[in-house]
Design a protein. Structure first.
Length: 124
């Protein structure tokens, strides 16, 4: 993982909490490590891949259970959800897994939609 400096006063990755891995980097051609993480978070609940209805919006999910929700970045962050929607997700699910996050870089358009979910998670 490459860390890029972004405007902000606090680095939420450094917040205290339970010591566990929070970031994974995909390896091309390998299955997502988040499958095993989801299973650890929901050992007795295989979950569902049914979309989640959040107000008038439907959010595509890879898996969801009472303990965790696992979404692709595009399904969660590239649709018009409000900060309140992200806070509702944080209230409903103890763990939110997000895969297929596009890499930031100079040649890539800025994608600010991930900010509300990060802010809601940091405040929760």
């Amino acid at each position: 993982m490459r860390v890029l400096a972004v405007a902000g006063e606090q680095d939420h990755r450094l917040r205290p909490g339970v010591q566990q891995q929070r970031y994974w980097v995909d390896k091309p051609g390998w299955p997502s490590a988040l499958e095993a993480v989801f299973q650890q978070l929901s050992p007795n609940d295989p979950g569902s891949d049914q979309p989640l209805q959040l107000g008038s919006r439907r959010i595509g999910v890879l898996r969801r259970s009472t303990h965790a929700i696992w979404c692709r970045f595009a399904d969660l962050c590239e649709q018009p959800l409000a900060a309140m929607d992200f806070m509702a997700l944080c209230d409903r699910f103890p763990a939110i897994l997000i895969s297929a996050i596009p890499a930031l870089g100079r040649g890539r358009p800025r994608r600010g939609r991930g900010s509300p979910v990060a802010d809601a998670g940091a405040e929760g």
